[in-house]
Design a protein around this ligand. Structure first.
Ligand code: ADP
Ligand code: ZN
Ligand code: MG
Length: 506
């Protein structure tokens, strides 16, 4: 396991980390970026290939329009400026999984630039103070996005899963030419925690646009983390290391924590950081040197002669922008306003677009939307948390919450009955409407004669409290209501109990 020196590093008295992230995201188009081969994951090796993506001489790339639209949409959602013209370039290097000997990417003229992602301000006080807004509740920080550019993916070397894997490496070229965007952040990230937040927000925004599934296991989202440390107060950056191929956000945070500690140790003991690429070993929680700057590639970039400059004019931009959904940040702000819920609840309810859609659909269909939101926060969240269940796996759906809210709203069931029914839903792993049926559609008791009997008993059993009430201590009413509710096992309507009691005591 990783050493979790995280907090001590964040608060290191003499050094502060500087982090910049490079994220590759696969776009969910049906076909590749420069040919019409399928992008389907898990197809038999080397079945989704053609002369173009195999890099045969003379085969010409043709740019996929959908790829441009998806990439532009993502860049817009990341608040970028879309360049009217961007240029494809050849990035030359030799590797077995790259049959052409170069990758088509974008270099000095990327598709989009100057974006940002808003993250919650870090609690440690770490980070760029000027970028924070003053609002304490919603304290946020902007992480700059340097560029978003288009490129093609390379193939994949296979080291296992075939007969002579102990002697040979196999190549699967299905992935060559799969469309990617690379999102490069400014070195604005000031702690491993902020890196985690940035990635979480980035994924959330991309999922909202629908241009990728951001599935890390399938390689649809890959992150390289650049990190350096510098003495506090120093303006110049230190020498950075790049950590590659880390396959979860949690591991990226751990890898950064380890790497920051390592760099500080090197410097404090009189050593120097060398610019290098490092790999993270999640089992050991350590990073290891993979290659140094001396072995770094000279990519000899030059403009791709087989592709025209990419022009995204104002008209096309406007068309693409029409597909922009309401983004999570804006949606949260609106939901806080519309449903009177807290920022935190809005955060949970917008965990995914589908959940937020479900919630809003249910809330709007219910008689009282705010009651739905209240039930989610007062009754659902706590139960989910104590059972360790994610809201997306909740036995009670948003529609179920809405149905229960309507029953309470109509006075059919009491709050206590609702709680019991929710408990049953969790026990049985069933949604509210099903359990409500199973329980024989219970209703709270409005049978006043039965209630009056209970009230008489309660009053007789508590003469002291009755005396206090009669002596003017009107708050005793609450005590009696509570006792009657308890005696009725929560089946009574608090409103009716209140009325009957007031009448009796009056
Ligand atoms: P390279 O030319 O080595 O690829 P770039 O300048 O393109 O470096 O930056 C790559 C990523 O590294 C960016 O996300 C950037 O913000 C980040 N970065 C650059 N310099 C530093 C540094 N000294 N410390 C940490 N991150 C850095
Ligand atoms: Zn192809
Ligand atoms: Mg670079």
């Amino acid at each position: 396991m990783a050493t979790t020196a995280a907090t001590s590093i964040a608060a290191h008295p003499r050094f502060e980390p500087v982090i910049g992230l490079e994220v590759h995201i696969q776009l969910l188009t049906a076909t590749k970026i420069f040919c019409s081969c399928s992008t389907r994951f898990g197809a038999p090796p080397n079945s989704n290939v053609c002369p173009v993506c195999l890099g045969m001489p003379g085969a010409l790339p043709v740019l996929n329009k959908k790829v441009v639209e998806f990439a532009t949409l993502a860049a817009m959602a990341l608040q970028c400026r879309i360049n009217d013209t961007s240029i494809f370039a050849r990035k030359n290097y030799f590797y077995p999984d790259l049959p052409k000997g170069y990758q088509i990417s974008q270099y000095d003229k990327p598709l989009a630039e100057f974006g940002y992602i808003q993250i919650p301000g870090s609690k440690t006080g770490e980070g760029n103070q000027e970028l924070r807004t003053e609002n304490r509740e919603l304290r946020t920080k902007k992480i700059g996005i340097t560029r978003v550019h288009l490129e093609e993916d390379a193939g994949k070397s296979l080291h296992e899963g075939f007969p002579d894997a102990d002697e040979k490496t196999a190549i699967d070229l299905n992935r060559t030419g799969v469309p990617l965007i690379e999102i490069v952040s400014e070195p604005d990230i000031a702690s491993p925690d902020e890196a985690y937040q940035y990635l979480t927000r980035l994924k959330e925004i991309i999922l909202y646009t629908g241009v990728s599934d951001c599935n890390m296991e399938e390689g649809s989202l890959r992150c390289d983390a650049n990190v350096s440390v510098r003495p506090r107060g120093q303006k110049e950056f230190g020498t950075k290391a790049e950590i590659k191929n880390v396959n979860s956000f949690r591991f990226i945070r751990e890898a950064l924590e380890y790497e920051i500690g390592r760099q500080i140790d090197v410097i404090e003991s009189g050593g120097k950081i060398t610019q290098e690429t490092r790999l993270y070993n999640a089992n050991e929680g350590k990073t290891y040197s993979m290659r140094s700057k001396e072995q770094a590639h000279d990519y000899r970039y030059f403009p791709e002669p087989d592709l025209l400059p990419l022009v995204v004019d104002e008209k096309w931009k406007a068309e693409i922008a029409r597909a922009l959904p309401e983004l999570p940040e804006a949606r949260r702000a609106r939901m806080v306003k519309d449903y009177g819920i807290t920022e935190y609840d809005a955060q949970v309810l917008t965990f995914s677009k589908s959940l937020a859609d479900q919630f809003e659909e249910a809330a709007r269909a219910a008689k009282n939307p705010k009651r739905v939101a209240n039930l989610v926060q007062s009754e659902l969240m706590g139960r989910l948390k104590s059972k360790g269940v994610e809201i997306e796996q909740s036995p009670i759906s948003m529609r179920g919450v809405a149905a229960s809210a309507d029953l309470v709203e109509a006075g059919t069931i009491s709050g206590k009955m609702l709680k019991d029914l929710y408990d049953l839903c969790f026990e049985r792993g069933k949604d509210f409407p099903a359990v409500y049926e199973e329980e024989g559609r219970p209703q709270q008791s409005t049978d006043t004669s039965a209630l009056e009997k209970i009230i008489d008993e309660i009053l007789a059993a508590n003469p002291k409290q009755l005396e206090q009430y009669r002596a003017g201590k009107k708050t005793m009413l609450g005590f009696f209501v509570g006792q009657v509710m308890k005696a009725s096992k929560g089946q009574a309507s608090p409103q009716i109990v209140n009325e009957l009691l007031t009448k009796k005591l009056g």
